[in-house]
Design a protein around this ligand. Structure first.
Ligand code: ADP
Ligand code: MG
Length: 489
């Protein structure tokens, strides 16, 4: 629920370290809201300010300015005593280095926070500590000293200790940073289980696969939070590149109903939507307009005109119910990011093919975008030079091709080894379906025509059949087309 009162609400947090060498601004106005039950990863380069930020939330250190509310309590106004008391009852903290007391046994380490806060009667504390050791599968080691068990085991005990007073919120700073990957995976699983049981967790991690498995990842760069929708939209970029994007983007707002980009106009900016919704429409040469997509926060648009140069291929309009906020990226920055990041290039290529497919193959426009994306995600696009033979009559065929760019010519064999051109197809048309519907043999020869390259999205037979199942209008189109083609070949 977007409107629920957040459990954690940090506002405009700044932190200036005063050092002999001068002041150093480690946090430059950080905002973060975390709802109950969320599992949030905090990511970013070393030195970006993650620990500084986390230490503000735990009250281990104080912000220079800004406010922190946790569970409605104004932590920024607490004195040391109030803070210690609040923390002991409401917060579990896990560090990178386990920080168990070396002279106490494992079970005594867990009892210590209970002894200090006295939320549980003295007679119940050992039993509760043993129960928590059971949760982290350390019961048998209960009476050992920390030094007698492994690092991963110490960290499990540290997590059990963080749970001693049953806090709703757990804050962990690189809890797996000092563990081998197998042990780290075990600790991470333990965190996911705690979230399933209702805990809220904020965890700094440098492990991207862990971050991807939380509810959301908040990236800090140079003491600032990088917009979450930007990091989601540009997942292929590394931390340095995202930090650069953060420095270069311009926030923009559009009123409900406003046109952000218009088909046919020249385009220079690349946009990432950060709030609200927009509708993408394409007007076909015959004048009819179709809605090809709806965009939400975390999706981008405007890439087509930038990549292939020239005019906008579609119109993007804010929906009527609410305004849109977005960030705009200038073409030079966009080009540099694309040049530097193969992952972003791949992602753009996939999105562009999908958008071309849906805006050009009218019979597919009714299909849900997410479904279409799933279906086509493994499908390759191929580019052919003019004159190339794409399929040959008589050969076995297992794919159908959707034309994204360029034109092809279709030939039938006539008596006397003569080939006759029977059709010419452009963007939005498809071919190769006859073999899929019939005996598997190509019924005609198809060659790339025209003067430019021909770009195809190639779907295999199961995906093609699934498309026909998903869209009645597409299926009808296919059968009608096949009947017509049958008479010509
Ligand atoms: P991270 O956890 O992301 O690696 P930190 O929050 O530890 O980053 O540090 C952020 C920046 O603040 C770093 O440049 C670090 O050198 C500086 N810094 C951290 N603690 C102090 C301190 N006590 N005094 C001065 N500078 C500090
Ligand atoms: Mg740190």
């Amino acid at each position: 629920m977007a409107n629920a009162t957040p459990l954690v609400d940090a506002r405009r947090l700044t932190k200036i370290y005063r050092t002999p060498a001068g002041d150093f601004t480690a946090l430059k106005g950080i905002d973060l809201r975390v709802n109950r039950g969320e599992f949030v990863a905090v990511i970013g380069k070393s030195g970006s300010g993650k620990s500084t930020f986390i230490n503000m939330l735990t009250g281990i250190d104080r912000p220079t300015s800004g406010e922190i509310f946790i569970g409605g309590e104004p932590l920024h106004t607490f004195d040391e005593e109030q803070m210690a008391r609040w923390r002991g009852r409401n917060l579990g903290i896990v560090f990178q280095f386990f920080q168990l007391l070396p002279t106490l046994t494992l079970v005594e380490n867990i009892m210590l926070p209970m002894d200090i806060n006295k939320l549980y009667p003295a007679a119940e504390r050992r039993e509760r500590a043993m129960h928590l050791l059971g949760l982290v599968e350390m019961t048998e080691q209960a009476d050992k000293l920390p030094a007698a068990v492994s690092g991963g085991q110490q960290q499990r005990v540290a997590i059990a200790r963080a749970l001693a007073n049953d806090p709703g919120l757990i804050i962990a700073d690189e809890p797996t940073g000092n563990l081998d990957s197998r042990t780290a995976a075990g600790i991470f699983t333990l965190f996911t289980r705690l979230v399933e049981e209702g805990k809220t967790i904020i965890m700094v991690t440098h492990d991207e696969t862990q971050a991807a498995r939380t509810h959301r990842a908040v990236m800090i760069a140079d003491g600032e939070v990088v917009n979450e929708h930007v990091t989601r939209a540009l997942m292929g970029l590394n931390y340095d590149q995202l930090a650069e994007v953060q420095r270069r983007v311009t926030p923009v707002t559009f009123a409900s109903g406003a046109v952000i980009v218009r088909q046919g106009e020249p385009g220079d900016l690349f946009y990432i939507l950060t709030d609200g919704q927009a509708e993408v429409t394409v007007t076909h040469p015959d004048g009819h307009e179709i809605v090809v997509d709806r965009l939400r926060a975390g999706q981008y648009f405007g890439e087509m005109a930038l990549i292939s140069g020239g005019a906008r291929r579609a119109t993007v309009r804010v929906t009527d119910d609410a305004p849109v906020t977005a960030v705009a990226i200038d073409p030079a920055t966009f080009d540099r990011l694309v040049a530097e990041s193969p992952a972003l290039r791949d992602d753009l290529q996939r999105i562009i093919s999908l958008r071309q497919l849906q805006s050009q193959v009218v019979a597919l426009s009714g299909i849900d975008r997410a479904e279409l994306q799933r279906l086509t995600s493994g499908a390759p696009t191929h580019t052919y030079a003019p004159g190339d033979t794409i399929i040959r009559r008589g050969e076995l065929g297992e794919t159908a091709g959707f034309i994204l760019e360029g034109e092809v010519e279709v030939f039938a064999d006539r008596p006397g080894e003569r080939q006759e051109r029977i059709d010419r197809l452009g963007p939005g048309r498809y071919f190769g379906e006859m073999a899929l519907l019939g005996d598997g043999r190509r019924t005609a020869t198809v060659r790339a025509a025209g003067t430019g390259p021909v770009k195809l999205l190639e779907l295999d037979a199961p995906a093609f059949r699934k498309l026909m199942e998903m869209s009645g209008s597409f299926a009808a189109d296919v059968w009608q087309m096949a009947a017509e083609r049958q008479t010509r070949v």
